[in-house]
Design a protein around this ligand. Sequence first.
Ligand SMILES: [Zn+2]
Length: 127
Amino acid sequence: MIVKLDPELRLQILEKTGIYSNRFSISEPVLLLSTKEVLDAPKEMTEGRRTSAYKYYGVSYLQHNLVFINVRKIPDDKTLENTIVHELIHMRFPYLAHGKRFNKLVRQGLRGKSFSPYRKRSKTLVI
Ligand SMILES: [Zn+2]
């Protein structure tokens, strides 16, 4: 059980996030690692999941490239890694809701799979 968010654990989380962000071809998000950091962040960045963030293992604030990892709530290292990958999959596949496909991508990510950069589909129709 993880009890304390010490500098070493913080660094470990940053490193993991860096590695997975590279593999997923996303820019590394800013990390919030405690509910206090969520509450201290600008309100417009954490809108919608601010005072309720404590309920979750992690929250992605996609618009602001911001990720909350609820270190204190996370019971073990495996769940921590899962949560990091889960939130980063949200960042890489912003159009994808939770479900089978999402879970498959999380599993692939955990196994070390790389993903090419996300490209927004062009809204221009060429005829
Ligand atoms: Zn999610």
